[in-house]
Design a protein. Sequence first.
Length: 430
Amino acid sequence: MLPAEEGSAVRHAIGRFLVTGLVVLLMVAVPVTIWVRGVAHEIVVRDALERTQRLADHVVSAAIVDDLQAGDPVALAQVEDRLAPWVTDETIRRVKIWNAQGTVLYSDVPELIGSTFDLEPWAQQLLDGGPGTVSVGEQAGDENVYEAGDGVFVEVYVASRAAGQDPVLVEVYFDDRVLLGPQGHILLRMTPVLLVAMAVLQGAQLIPGIRLARQVQDRQRERRAILQQAIEAGERERVRLAVALHDDILQDLAGLAYTLEPADGDASGQDPGAVLRQSIVKLRAITSDLYSSPVDANTLPSALGVLAERTRGRQITTVVHVDRDPGLDEAQATACHRIAREAMMNVVKHAGATVVHLDLVRRGSEVTLSIADDGVGLDAGAPAVPGHFGLRMMADVADSVGARLSTRRSAAGGTEITVTFAVSRPHRAV
């Protein structure tokens, strides 16, 4: 992986961490919000019941109930006076007083006074001493013609018992603000606490996460540096061996070949000089493979063409498709050539192939080197060939420049080696 890609990988890891934290925050916030709304609802219900009960006990008295039953205007005025302090905040939208027969004894809507409606079973239970009831919703009953279409109300029923009198029902409609207000207030108070707690948790996890990512990044750099040093040391040793073979052994063998001319009358028919000259040719080929000049982006296409010609010289049909300007930098071009050289040597020595395809193609920000043959292919279950480290070497070279190497069975039944390079230089038209 290249340095720019390393920083990008760390940033992406941190970004994923933050996104995950946000998702966790939402997953926590949703049930907390539901819980807060439930708590606020319980608080509002309890407060509405207590408030309505206090109002009923304050307004209803034995004398007023008797007078209300008789429809006395003075009693109605007294109820109005007693209700006045309770309705100043405008959260109480409607007040009704009912008797056990379902007759409205008092309402702030005069048209309802004296009207009789059927009571629900729960209303009778409330008159018999049951607990008060609270409901939230739009009002659509027969007695709610004056509230229809006005939105959501908090409807509360309680019973009030004046001394010596039958109990009466007191019905109060509260504006839904009494429900939404506490919910919003509690949410506003808890939201900063929740956000701070999640931020502290995120920070406590993010700082060690960044340190760990940096440590992994440093270890990757060290590994690549060691790998690059090993590759460079291997290249220096290849050059040293090539020079030693060319300057010493090949020169000595060439001189010896000229002295080993076949003697007259040699019945064996063997020409020692010819055998030795064939060996010299093989050694020169090995020397050429060992000693190869560095390849850059400009010389890579022609260098790959040379590899293809060598393979054709071994009677293997070689098909080449190489972009003239793939956009690789010098290190990537050198690595690409090394991998291609090793792969083509494997085709010649081990594959038993008759056709090989060598492709170097750029697609967007990636360049792909592909070498596919129709040989015997790779056998995943077979043991590794002793002393043969070609695939490992190619993988190490690819990793040293941040490339990805993969192997698979080719479409022709042989082996396909694919190396993918990430490039940043724009593709120039040729």
